[in-house]
Design a protein. Sequence first.
Length: 107
Amino acid sequence: MELRTSLARDCAACGERVLLTARFAHAWTNRSGRRVSGVREVALCGCTSASPEARLLLALIAVEDGPDWANLPAFAELLDNWLRSVQAAPDPDALRSEEEQWHAGEL
Ligand SMILES: [Zn+2]
């Protein structure tokens, strides 16, 4: 896994500057049953705040003006929770709903 504080990168979803990006190995099985491997990158940005894990991490960064020695354990725990959430398999119902919205031109 690779973590970057990436203030120079814009969020693909909203265009604002992202606070942090994480790149990690990602694999899935395609429709023919073949295993496909790749790399996935996720960004921590204000527009991801619908996720409770992202919201808590963003709140710590905003309130505390970023991690320092005093809040490092809390930052590490919130970062770990966020990383676990973004690496989890997507909810199939949410994915289907998002696909329907995309086909309807709503995304
Ligand atoms: Zn964004």
